[in-house]
Structure formats: C-alpha cells, structure tokens
Design a protein around this ligand. Structure first.
Ligand SMILES: O=C(O)C1=C[C@@H](OP(=O)(O)O)[C@@H](O)[C@H](O)C1
Ligand SMILES: C=C(OP(=O)(O)O)C(=O)O
Length: 666
C-alpha cells in the first residue's frame, strides 16, 4: 500500500496483463456476520483484507467469536448456542457501512450494552431509517450524537413481532440488508415480515443478501421489492466452507482500464459475468461506451473497442459504486455522459457527486450536477490540466481518478492521500502499476550521486519512501558483484575483468527492504562492511563490469518512479533524469558519521584510519577513466555537512516539487 502524502502518477500510455482482484467487500462482511451468528465453525476462503473487513473482524472478536486468520482464509467460530457478552462493549466501525448497519441491527435484536462509533464521516452518514425500523419492533437504541446518525447505544430490547416491520429503502439498501440478516435471530415462534416504504434503491445488494442468507439456511420469501418474509423457525446454518468472489466494484477500474488504454487488453481473475454482485453489470455500461468484454468462469477479458469512447445516458441506481468509474471514462468519450438516479452518492464516503464534479473540473472538464445526477463532458486532448486530485478519504475517488493518467495530453496526475484505498483495495496502485505501462521517459528518476559516506543511501531511501518510488542502491550492485566474484574464486583485478562482467550480467540479486539477497542468500552484512566497500570500489573501475550492470540498473526504472543513488546515476545511467542531486559533506564529517555507524553496530573503528580510507576511495572514484565520480552538469549540489537528514530530505522534496507543479486545489 502507498502510505505517502500523495502519489504522482506519470502519464500512462497502455496496459496489458492479468490482475487478480481482492475479495468482495459486500460478500466478505456479510459472510463474516452470518458466520458469527451460526453455531460451529465456518471456513471463509479469499476473504477481503481491508479496513472495512478489519473493523468487522475486530467487532466479532470483541463479541467472543473465534477468529483464526491464515492469509486470506479465515475461520470463524460462531456465537450460535453460546452466551453473548453481558458487559458493556464499544465497537469502532470505521467508515464501513456494511459493518455499521448490519451489526447495529444484530446487536439491537440480540440485546446487551453496546456502543457503536465510527470515523467522523460515519457520524454524518444516515442510519435513522434503520433505527426507526428497529425501534418499531421493540429495540432500545439511543443516539449519542445527532439524531439519525451514529454513534449509537444499544440496550436490551423487548421485541414486539406481531406486525410487519416498515423500513424506508430510498436512502440506503443497507438498512433492509441489516434487518434481513438480524431478524432470523427472532423467528423462534413466528415468521417476520418486513415492508419496504418508498422506492428501494441499490436493489442488487439485496440480492446478494438473499443469496448469502440462503447459503446460511435462511430462505427469505421475497414479494416484489416491497415485502420480505423470514419464515418461522429460521436458523442460521453454517455452509461449512464458503468462497468469496473477487470484488466486482473493484473490477470496474480494470474494466475501464481495458477500455481506455492501448495494449493487449486486461484479464481480471476472480470474478466473471455470472457474479452474484450487482456491480458486475458495470460491464454492460462499459460495453455501451465501447469496451470489448469476454468472460468465463471467474474471469473477464477487456479490450479497447470504440475509441474515443461513446458518451451515454444511464440510470445508475443498480450500480451505485461502480458507476463512479463511468464518470472518469466519460472524460475519454465523444460527447457528454449523464449518470442519473444517483442521489445516494451524496451520503456515502463523501458527497460523491460534488467530489466527482470538483475533481473532474480540476482536470479541465465541464461538469453539471443536480441533486441526483451528474453530466460530464468529454475532455479533448489539448484541454487536460495537471491536477492534484483531492480524495476526500474516499477510496473510489482515488481509484477512479488514477484512470485520468491515460490522458492524451500526457500530463501526470497527483492523487492525494492514496492510502484511502485501504477501505476496500489496499494494493490498488500496486495492481495498477503491474499492468500499466508508459515510455521510460515518462517514469521519473531522481538521482542522488556523491562520494562515499555522504549519506546518499539514507537520503535516497527517505525521499523514495516519501514519494512512494522504487529505490536503487547502485553501490550495492557493485558490492554484490565483488562478493560474488570472490565467492567464485576470482580476483578483483583487471585480469578477471571479463569473467566478473559475465557474472554481473546475470547477477541473481534482489533487494527486499533493507536486505540484499544474492541467489536467495542474505549478504547484507557481508557487503556492507568496510572491506565490502573497498572491494566494490575495485570492481567498479573495470569498464566491462560497469557496462554489464547498465541494463540491470535501467530495469529499476519502474512505475511510479525511481530514486537512484550512486556515483554515476546522473552522469551515465540516467542522464535524462529530471532531478539530479550531487551530495557532499566534508571528509571529516563523513569519517565521523561512518565511525558512529560502525561503533553502533559493535565494530571497533579508528576515525583517522576511516578518514584516510575514504579519501583514498574518493581519489580512486574521481580519477577512474570510466564514469568518474563528478557532478552531472545539471546537478544541484547539496552539502549536508551541517544539515540533519530531515533537512536534506526536505531540500530534495522542495526541488522535486518545484519541477512537478500540479494545479492547486480549487
Ligand atoms: O449492501 C452493500 O454491501 C452495499 C450497498 C450499497 O449501499 P447503498 O444501499 O447505501 O446504496 C453500496 O453503495 C455499498 O458500497 C455496499
Ligand atoms: C459506499 C461504500 O461503502 P459502504 O459499505 O461504507 O457503504 C463504497 O464502498 O463505495
């Protein structure tokens, strides 16, 4: 997951490949609660691991459910037949509607002393219609903040089940889902009827609920979309094991990607056209706009069809979440796109009609909006603007606008607070980068070159972490090459140059966090020693070895960008890099830092000897005939002798931001 303050997406050009999507949020949270209400254990395969399911799992643990997690397989031991807790419990539901609403209903019907809270936005998301319905049947629920909104306190009910229970269905279908999942707890001696008041929205989500209830032994009788009867004597029965389909709403971004991006097409693994999730019907809308889609059991393949896409007018009530993706596809269309019947967008993670309108306008689009509709006009190539997309802590805003990076104007897009995708798809951007591609010149590289012990590594890896970029420690490649050569019985002299170069060309090296692995073996300590540094310096003067490592170094230039540190990053390996920093510090300062570092690791060290060594390395690095250590002509010099690491990072970030200007927030 990218936990950076922002993520800059370079202009993207194409996409091809396969993505395996994480589990459906709607199925995961339903299955978790239903398993918790059963007797015995249920093994859930491919459960989504995200903020929304974590809050549900935490709540189930608090209630005393058994929860065993092994990767994406989770085993739940239910509360059925066991005593529910009698002590007061406070639950934190984050911003998960699929946890907050169904759990409120189950707790209210079961009774106890429970408080349910969430993030500030959750306290602005309506729950009044559900509370009214629950009160109608005798549940005791108090509002702890504003009437109609969480936080809530639930007490012991005195259930009156002799008449149908009315519930409004025009604000959120989750209220009806919540009742359908909770009321089987109260059908011991009578059937219970729920009557929907007003037009039910987001109907396909009710179908998911009914489908899963059936899997858990509850056969709800549906009479149109107005009446739902839960039969007398209904009892949750674990299906034993259950599999969660991949998330169809998450699939919408990759369906759109296949429709927008040039390339061999996108294959989505984990969900197919026969999904039980209503959002799979996003396929039809994408096809209407021009996408070519084929599907089989649990897979979809998407290719660009009509181009530009075709503007459409669509009632989106049946696909409230995936429909947001259409708003971004609309930017690539041949005319305006109007999405209708989407009033519920205003009460979700943010006011999504306002958010989609504001952020599309920042990109240059013309947008009109009404209480329950939005019209987005196509954005011609010359009119795209570089924009910093505010994401309102809404995962879907972030995921949708990542698709703007395919614009014909080839301008990059900044996504603010990219970690908001953690609600339903923590590794969304990793998945995007695994299939998206662009020309190398679009993938930014920041070079940090400088002499030994100048602090390049620390600075480069901190800047890489702040930007979410990859990190290449090119010095480590030379250290590993020297290490591998010695292991192979070679000397580090010119006489073995060809043999070392051959070895370097197919060096089986991998960086994993701070670890450097050679052929799977951790060689970090061996190569980081003083001797390792001297050895690296020796092989690095051999032209054939430097040459052999060029391709390997270039292969680190991957989306979304690269921080490369070394001695010739800016001069030789990435001469086109948009920012080059030449980092220096006085020899005395560098010797002092190295001394501290060695002592802290428990090595004995002599500061004068260290200084003499590093001066010798400087001389060798600067005087070698191939790629000598020197600043690139366009490098910015940074002497960090009297700077803290934070100040150096700040300086590089300021230089970088001044070259990456995005439209300021509107
Ligand atoms: O029941 C569900 O799983 C959901 C129902 C929909 O909400 P509304 O019924 O409020 O539209 C949807 O937007 C939400 O992401 C998940
Ligand atoms: C509306 C959404 O979430 P929630 O389940 O919190 O309602 C969503 O995921 O788009």
């Amino acid at each position: 997951m990218f936990s950076t303050a922002f993520l800059d997406l370079p202009a993207l050009q194409g996409a091809s490949g396969t993505v395996t999507l994480p589990g459906s949020k709607s199925i995961s949270n339903r299955v978790l609660l239903l398993s918790a209400l059963c007797q015995g254990t249920t093994v859930v395969h491919d459960l989504l691991d995200s903020d929304d399911t974590r809050v549900m799992l935490a709540a189930l643990r608090q209630l005393g459910c058994g929860v065993e997690v092994a990767g994406t397989t989770v085993t739940i031991t239910g509360l059925g037949g066991r005593a529910w807790p009698t002590e007061a419990i406070e639950f934190f539901m984050g911003n998960a509607g699929t946890a907050m609403r169904p759990l409120t209903a189950a707790l209210a019907v079961q009774g106890g002393d429970f408080t349910l809270k969430g993030v500030p936005r959750m306290h602005e998301r309506p729950i009044g219609d559900l509370v009214d319905a629950l009160r109608e049947l005798g549940c005791a629920i108090d509002y702890l903040g504003n009437d109609g909104y969480p936080p809530l306190r639930v007490r012991q009910p005195s259930l009156q089940l002799d008449k149908p229970i009315p519930v409004r269905g025009d604000v959120s279908s989750q209220f009806l889902t919540a009742l359908l999942m909770a009321l089987p707890l109260a059908t011991q001696d009578r059937a219970i009827t729920i009557e929907v008041v007003g037009e039910l929205i987001s109907k396909p989500y009710i179908e998911i609920t009914l489908n899963l209830l059936a899997r858990y032994g509850i056969a709800v009788e549906r009479q149109g979309w107005e009446r739902f009867v839960i039969p007398e004597g209904s009892r949750y029965q674990s299906p034993g094991t259950i599999h969660v389909e991949a998330d169809a709403s998450s699939a919408s971004y990759f369906i759109a990607l296949g429709a927008i991006a040039e390339g061999k097409g996108i294959r989505i693994q984990g969900v197919g056209a026969d999904s039980i999730q209503g959002d799979i019907r996003f396929m039809d809308a994408a096809e209407q706009m021009g996408a070519k889609i084929t599907s089989g059991p649990n897979w979809l393949e998407i290719q660009r069809g009509a181009w530009p896409l075709k503007g459409i007018t669509l009632d989106c009530n049946h696909i409230p979440d995936a429909a947001m993706t259409l708003a971004v596809m609309a930017l690539y269309a041949d005319g305006p796109t109007t999405l209708r019947n989407i009033a519920s967008w205003r009460v979700k993670e943010t006011d999504r009609i306002a958010a989609m309108a504001n952020e599309s306008r920042k990109l240059g689009a013309t947008v009109e909006e009404g209480p329950d509709w939005i019209t987005i006009h196509a954005l011609p190539a010359g009119q795209w603007k570089r924009a910093s997309i505010h994401t309102y802590d809404d995962h879907r805003v972030a995921m949708c606008f990542s698709l703007a990076a395919f614009n014909a104007a080839q301008v990059p897009v900044r996504i603010e607070d990219p970690k908001c995708v953690a609600k339903t798809f923590p590794d969304y951007f990793e998945a995007l980068f695994s299939v998206a591609h662009t020309a190398a010149q679009n993938i930014p590289v920041i070079c940090i070159d400088g002499p030994t012990a100048s602090g390049k590594g620390t600075l480069a890896s901190r800047v890489a972490a702040a930007l979410g970029y990859h990190y290449l420690d090119s010095g480590a490649l030379y250290r590993v090459t020297a290490h591998a050569a010695l292991q192979a019985g070679l000397t580090l002299e010119a006489i073995d140059e060809a043999a070392i170069a051959k070895l370097a060309r197919s060096l089986p090296v991998r960086f994993e966090g701070d670890q450097v692995l050679l052929d799977g073996v951790d060689v970090t300590d061996a190569i980081r020693s003083e001797q390792g540094g001297m050895n690296a310096s020796k092989v690095s003067v051999l032209p054939a070895v430097r040459d052999a490592l060029v391709d390997l170094q270039h292969s680190f230039q991957r989306l979304p960008g690269l921080l490369a540190d070394g001695r010739d990053m800016g001069t030789v390996i990435f001469p086109e890099a948009p920012l080059k920093v030449f980092l220096t510090a006085s020899a005395a300062k560098r010797a002092e830092r190295r001394h501290k570092q060695l002592i802290s690791k428990g090595f004995s060290a002599n500061i004068d000897a260290l200084r003499a060594d590093l001066e010798a390395r400087d001389a060798r690095d600067m005087s070698r005939s191939v790629a000598p250590l020197k600043p690139a002509q366009d490098a910015l010099q940074l002497d960090n002798s009297s700077l803290t690491i934070e100040a150096s990072v700040e300086q590089v970030m300021v230089w970088w931001q001044s070259r990456q200007v995005f439209g300021s927030p509107t």
